[in-house]
Design a protein around this ligand. Structure first.
Ligand SMILES: Cc1cc2nc3c(=O)[nH]c(=O)nc-3n(C[C@H](O)[C@H](O)[C@H](O)COP(=O)(O)O)c2cc1C
Length: 195
């Protein structure tokens, strides 16, 4: 089966972000497995606060939309802010929904408290956008799992290897069915996304 296209998103604007380190690591792993990987980092590519009236007029919006459309797997890395996802990540997710339908979200949370509420909220957002999620999320803790911009925990490495493997395999299966459903005639949730 063809390897899926991956969009890996950094949800922290902090310069020394541990989410960025981990997203960088998984992007490398996806790439090594033969996936096309696109990393979206709002520190390098700022994204204006979503305004439904003007979002389509933003410079670079059509290009960003095309990058989201190209992705089969959307790997989200966010810090836990007040038991929720970061504003930067929520802002990105607010900009799109049709583009997420039928795709696979894989979620990673930097948290001091396992990030369970954040993972649940990302799953809720995925459901609202008719996206699939892996049946688990990965979370980790700064200064324990990541130090000096490096992953120092074998447990985290193993969890991330599992996430990358599952996102590749299930992402490819879902992408194949999504493409078939988008050109098919059967009923199903993707019928409304046919052009
Ligand atoms: C505004 C703010 C709110 C936070 N709220 C929480 C929280 O509710 N629970 C938690 O475990 N950590 C919380 N943190 C800590 C961050 O999740 C943690 O430092 C994370 O590793 C930062 O990731 P980053 O380096 O990728 O930005 C908060 C940090 C900030 C700045």
């Amino acid at each position: 089966m063809t390897e899926p296209n991956v969009l890996a998103v950094v949800g922290s604007l902090q310069k020394g972000s541990v989410s960025r380190v981990v997203i960088g690591h998984v992007a490398e792993q996806f790439g090594a497995a033969g996936c096309k990987v696109d990393v979206l980092d709002f520190l390098k590519e700022p994204l204006a606060l979503y305004n439904p009236d003007t979002a389509h007029e933003l410079p670079g919006y059509a290009e960003l939309q095309a990058r989201v459309e190209r992705a089969d797997v959307i790997c989200l890395g966010t810090p836990d802010y007040h038991g929720s996802l970061s504003g930067a990540m929520k802002n990105f997710l607010d900009h799109f929904w049709h583009e997420f339908a039928g795709k696979l979200f894989a979620t990673i949370v930097a948290s001091h408290e396992k990030g369970l509420t954040v993972t649940d909220q990302l799953r809720t957002i995925a459901r609202q956008c008719y996206a699939w999620t892996l049946p688990y999320g990965v979370s980790f803790t700064e200064d324990i799992d990541v130090e000096d911009d490096k992953i120092v925990s074998d447990t985290l490495r193993k969890r991330l290897a599992m996430l990358v493997r599952d996102a590749r395999i299930y992402g490819a299966l879902l992408a194949q069915q999504r493409r078939a459903d988008l050109i098919g005639r059967e009923p199903g949730f993707l019928a409304r996304h046919r052009r």
